[in-house]
Each structure stands twice: as structure tokens, then as C-alpha cells.
Ligand binder design. Structure first.
Ligand code: SAH
Length: 339
């Protein structure tokens, strides 16, 4: 059995049943997640008998770095192997004031958005919470960082098709016995799975929500993001208004710029309509090309022209400077090539 598959309450329960003090759970989790220690025998503040019991009854689940690709811009793309040999990618993105890790929540992705490379590899399985949080831990260790300041769930997969494990991972990332990353520095990015947005409302941590919208015109969105058939733009808007009214938190809207496709006046108008009633930040992401994807990246003047139109909306607008393009570590470029 894998020790870190337990959450802290479950571990306390196991300790109680084994005749140990449940308060040891916190100590054990500090070793596992704060210090990143993998050998229970070195958990020096536990009685030796308990250390031995842990060693004989459990395995400690760790993910491992198999390759690191350093980009010229300072970001690093990691190929990470899971216990069953499956692989995911995670990206480290350093900036002046933050050190962000972009994690994967699934091996592959079932959504098949028209412009995203991850969809091309299909879906294999969901990640466990410890495999998601483990990506941050292993990258922190690999790079010898004192701390990671931000985590974004923008790697492979759709976090809200794996909501329970995603929220468990957020807990590990946030708790003081875990990686101690502030909840507001953790961003969950979704294609718009409404059930997940609702579950997030019931979650007790103030994480940030990002929505990958790409267009607010229903027919067009269905072509770009097939799951839009199941979660139409109108229902999505309702869910987000509800989210905004209950939390008063600003929502980030990610918008991949596909020139001549989703940058028309009609798109801008529909976007304005969609965001009416909530506070949002529009994050424009120029399409990152991939040889197997049938789109072209926008030219600089196209990005500028689109930005000018977006600036007319009563919302903050930012341009994402994609990092790691040279190592295919930028948004939408994560895909494991299988032989
Ligand atoms: N499934 C979630 C999490 C993945 S986030 C979601 O869709 O939000 C990855 C982000 O990169 C999403 O906003 C996605 O739309 C964007 N993206 C995908 N392919 C891209 C590409 N080729 N160029 C730029 N951004 C892309």
C-alpha cells in the first residue's frame, strides 16, 4: 500500500487502529511533503517501532524526473515517470517575483481541443493527488529550490475531470505540513466543466479559477472545444456568475489566439456579453504551433490588433508571454511521443 495515498485524516485513522497516537499523522506528513523524505527509518521524531511498522507495511509513492529540457528563456520542461511507467510533463517557469510549477492532472487528455497537442495523445488515466503534488516536490528537489511560490494546473489533462484528486492535491500543496503554498497562489484551469466549478465552490480553500474559453460563440466553441456541447456557453456563464457572486473572486479567462478564427469583432462582442456581471481578467495566449495541429500562430501585428479590440472591454487584459516554446514546453505543446 502507498502511504501517501492516505489523506491526513485517513492516516490518523490508521494510526489509531494500529494502537498509535493519531497525532503522529502530522509528523509523518511533514517528513513526506515538507522535507520530501522517502525512508520512514529516517523519520527521527517517531518511535523506532512505528518507523519499522511504516517501513514494513507501506511503500512511499514518488514520481521521478527522467529528463529535464532547459529552455533558453529559463523555463525547464520535465518528463516525469509514475510508478506504473506512465509519463507526464510538468514545467518550471521562473519569473522575477515568482517560481511557478505547471502540473499535469491526467496522463494525456480526453477532451481533444482542436488546437492542443495533449489531446492528440488520447487519455490514459487520472493522476492521484500524491502524483500531482509529487511533481512540485520532485521539481523543487531537482532544481534545489528553497520553495516554489505558485502552482498552476495547466499541464496535461483536465483537472475537473479528476476533481477529487485535484482538490486533495491542492490540500497537500497548501497545508503547512505540506508544501505551504498559499491557496491564492494556486490556479485551477478548466475547459469549463460546470460540475467541477460547483465542487470548487464547496471547497474550503481560496484557490484561483481560470477558464479556457477561446470564444463565447457557442457554435464556434463546439468546433474548438468539443466538450462545449455538453457544457454550453450559456450554462457556463450562469455557473460563473454564481461563482463570482458567492466568492467575489476575479476569474481568469484564457483565450488562445487563433488568427482569423476567434479574433473577429463578433468574438469580442460575445466575450463582452459573456463576462458581463463578473470580474474577469482576459489572458490572451498566442497559439503555440505544433507540427500536428492545423493552425498558424498569429503575427505580431495581429496580436496587437486583437489586443486593441479587447482593451475596449471593461476587463483587465494581459498577454501571456509563453515560455519554453523551444523545448515544446509552452501551453498546449505538452505531449508524450509514444513509439
Ligand atoms: N484542461 C485545462 C487545463 C490545461 S491548461 C484547460 O483547458 O484549462 C492549458 C492551457 O493552454 C489552456 O488554456 C489551453 O487552452 C491552452 N492551450 C492549449 N493548446 C494551446 C496552444 N497550442 N497554444 C497556446 N495555448 C494552448
Amino acid at each position: 500500500m502507498i502511504l501517501n495515498e492516505f489523506d491526513i485524516k485517513e492516516l490518523a485513522g490508521w494510526l489509531r487502529k494500529s494502537g498509535e497516537s493519531p497525532f503522529r499523522a502530522r509528523q509523518i506528513f511533514k517528513w513526506l511533503w515538507q522535507k520530501g523524505e522517502s525512508d520512514p527509518l529516517s523519520f527521527t521524531d517517531l518511535p523506532m517501532a512505528l518507523r519499522e511498522k511504516l517501513t514494513s507495511q507501506f511503500e512511499i509513492g514518488r514520481v521521478k524526473v527522467v529528463e529535464a529540457f532547459r529552455s533558453g528563456d529559463g523555463s525547464v520542461k520535465f518528463l516525469i515517470e509514475l510508478l506504473d511507467g506512465e509519463k507526464v510533463e510538468s514545467v518550471f517557469i521562473p519569473e522575477a517575483d515568482r517560481k511557478t510549477v505547471c502540473v499535469s492532472s491526467q496522463v494525456g487528455c480526453p477532451l481533444r481541443c482542436a488546437f492542443c497537442a495533449t489531446g492528440l495523445m488520447g487519455f490514459t488515466r487520472n493522476l492521484k493527488a500524491w502524483e500531482i503534488a509529487g511533481q512540485v516536490l520532485v521539481i523543487r528537489k531537482h532544481l534545489g529550490l528553497e520553495r516554489v511560490t505558485n502552482v498552476v494546473f495547466m499541464g496535461m489533462g483536465e483537472p475537473f475531470l479528476n476533481t477529487e484528486e485535484t482538490l486533495r492535491a491542492v490540500r497537500i500543496l497548501n497545508e503547512p505540513w505540506g508544501l505551504g503554498i498559499g491557496a491564492r497562489k494556486i490556479t485551477l484551469s478548466t475547459v469549463g466543466i460546470i460540475t467541477g466549478i460547483r465542487k470548487l465552490l464547496a471547497f474550503d480553500k481560496q484557490v484561483k479559477l481560470a477558464l479556457s474559453l477561446h470564444t463565447a460563440i457557442q457554435e464556434k466553441r463546439e468546433k474548438l472545444v468539443p466538450i462545449a456541447r455538453q457544457y454550453p456557453v450559456s450554462a457556463l456563464k450562469e455557473a460563473l456568475i454564481d461563482y463570482y457572486e458567492r466568492t467575489r473572486r476575479r476569474i481568469t479567462v484564457e483565450y488562445v489566439h487563433l488568427p482569423e478564427i476567434n479574433d473577429t469583432d463578433e468574438d469580442v462582442e460575445a466575450l463582452g456579453e459573456f463576462l458581463n456581471g463578473m470580474k474577469a481578467k482576459i489572458n490572451l495566449i498566442p497559439f503555440n504551433p505544433h507540427p500536428k495541429l492545423p493552425f498558424r500562430p498569429p503575427a505580431e501585428d495581429e496580436v496587437k490588433a486583437f489586443l486593441e479590440k479587447l482593451y475596449r472591454l471593461p476587463h483587465a487584459v494581459t498577454l501571456r508571454k509563453s515560455k519554453g516554446r523551444d523545448v515544446r514546453g509552452a501551453c498546449g505543446q505538452l505531449a508524450i511521443e509514444r513509439i
